[in-house]
Design a protein around this ligand. Sequence first.
Ligand code: PLP
Length: 301
Amino acid sequence: MFDNDRVTDLRPRLPSPLQEVADDRFARHGVRLLLKRDDLIHPELIGNKWRKLSPNLERAAGRTLLTFGGAYSNHLRATAAAGRLLGLPTVGVVRGDELAGRPLNPSLARCAADGMRLHFTDRATYRRKAEPDTLATVLRTAGAEDAYVVPEGGSNTLAVRGCRALGEELRGRADVVVLACGTGGTLAGLAAGLAPEQRAVGIPVLKGGFLGEEIQALQQQAFGARRGAWRLDDRFHFGGYARVPAELDSFAADFERRHGIPVERLYVAKSLYALVALVEEGAFPRGTRLAAVVTGAPFPA
Ligand SMILES: *Cc1c(COP(=O)(O)O)cnc(C)c1O
């Protein structure tokens, strides 16, 4: 085993494995289920977080990295881990100043242990963080005016282009690709990397909003136009971000038992639930190869 092998760099396992699994809920409808194991790309920069961050780490070229997230953000943890592995200073701007001075939750404690400096900000400021004046104030109060700034969720142009490889790895290997969406940056890139006959279906984990328009804007910035055949299915957010009702939790636990893979609850579980529901609705013709992207892993593992 590798117990004593400290992970000292960001070397990824790419392409990530594509595993076919036997599941009677799919077989019954004559369709196949493949799991795209992006959760195995890197032990700490898991899944799409590696694909989105690595081009930004290169661009940052040693500068302090500053980014944004909520109290349980996978993106903040990945950024903090990258900082530790590369010896880069990191600053995490955390939504909610009421969290300051309280014991850190396990996710933020991990960020701090990885050397991330946490800067708590009130929700009104956090909401306006993309506005130049607000951002300038945040950078100044965080003492990080020269930092390389990565947006919340990590979805900037470099990140979207980085996710194109995910689509390219799936060329010729699946007909429809399903994945969970937060900011939609991963879907924006993935769809651009697919072959013309392939389709992508995104499952938003947040309620309502303008995700379709945002993904289109991300593609416009990254590629100059809308790219690839993609759509969103908005029915599977289960009440909104971080909502995990008992029905979803038991679905995920059952999936773990059937297939022996850990199912992250906030994103991955919703996308797998959606895929099973779509198959049961008869959304795919017999013979369809369905790839579900396992975009992350549970924390703590
Ligand atoms: C961050 C994350 C996502 C969302 O990716 P976006 O590019 O923001 O849509 C999906 N799944 C997991 C497990 C994540 O951690």
